[in-house]
Design a protein around this ligand. Structure first.
Ligand SMILES: [Zn+2]
Length: 286
């Protein structure tokens, strides 16, 4: 009787143990599934974030994909403007293409930040700073134009990352105050002509805004003279209406980039913007 009862309760205990084991096993399995699922979700989120990072669409609408620093990003639930939440860090654009060896062809655009080791050797032109590499050719161009009674001057030369932050913010505020745009609209609109800090070509010291930073510049004699002669001094108009698909920036008749005389003349002959030309050189073009 004691034995039988012991055996029965022993069986019952073993059954209970077995049920407990099954339950514990189930819990462990469920836990594993949850951990794996959240890991996959995190990976996907990361891939999505990279995919929609600093990326320019081919129809030339960089504003929809550009991001501002988190502190200046409006809290908006707009689903068609998700990219605004991505944020950016200077120097961490995904898949930044390697720069060519020739520093005169350094590429800085909405996708490609200024290289971290980039150095500017400052030279003053009026109140503006330019890099020493362009100084002599700029002065030669200025003087050649002056000899024909055409006056060109630098409205804006080298800018630090902090300068660019201030300029972008001013542009945004101006659009909000004067045009009644929301912060989000103002940011998108400002980013059509102002690159985010770290992504402005002005950081190189090889870019200058000449004369009137205004669309009206295109109908001046100075612009006509530059169209004809700038390449002979190593300068190219950096952003043209025909190249928005490559540059992501609207036409800017006033923004010139120094690439050296040889490159400028070839770019002009090939009708290539810097993005195209860098690709061309990288793939063996001469
Ligand atoms: Zn400029």
């Amino acid at each position: 009787m004691r034995n039988a009862s012991y055996r029965r309760s022993g069986r019952a205990r073993r059954r209970t143990h077995f049920r407990l084991l099954v339950a514990a096993g189930g819990l462990v399995l469920a836990g594993l599934i949850i951990v794996l699922a959240s890991w996959f979700a995190a990976q996907k989120e990361e891939r999505d974030a990279q995919g929609q990072g600093l990326f320019i669409t081919v129809d030339g609408a960089p504003d929809s994909a550009l991001s501002l620093p988190p502190e200046s990003t409006p809290s908006s639930g707009d689903s068609d403007d998700e990219a605004q939440s991505t944020g950016y860090t200077v120097g961490s654009a995904p898949e930044t293409p390697a720069q060519l060896d020739d520093p005169l062809l350094v590429l800085v655009n909405s996708e490609t930040p200024i290289p971290e080791d980039w150095e500017v050797t400052p030279r003053m032109v009026g109140e503006q700073v330019v890099d020493a590499r362009m100084y002599d050719d700029y002065i030669a161009m200025h003087d050649a134009a002056g000899a024909e009674d055409i006056w060109i001057w630098i409205a804006s030369g080298y800018r630090s990352v902090e300068d660019q932050e201030r300029i972008l913010e001013e542009n945004i505020q101006q659009r909000m105050d004067e045009d009644g745009m929301t912060r989000e609209e103002a940011e998108a609109d400002a980013l059509r002509t102002v690159n985010p800090p770290g992504y402005s070509e002005h950081h190189t010291g090889l870019a200058v805004d000449l004369n009137d930073v205004d669309d009206g510049f295109e109908s001046t004699e100075a612009y006509a003279w530059l169209e004809e002669h700038a390449a002979d001094y190593g300068f190219v108009q950096r952003y043209r209406s025909t190249k928005v698909a490559y540059t992501g920036i609207d036409n800017e008749s006033w923004h010139y980039r120094y690439v050296g005389r040889e490159h400028a003349q070839r770019m002009k002959a090939l009708d290539m913007c810097l993005e195209e030309y860098v690709d061309y050189i990288r793939s063996g073009g001469t």
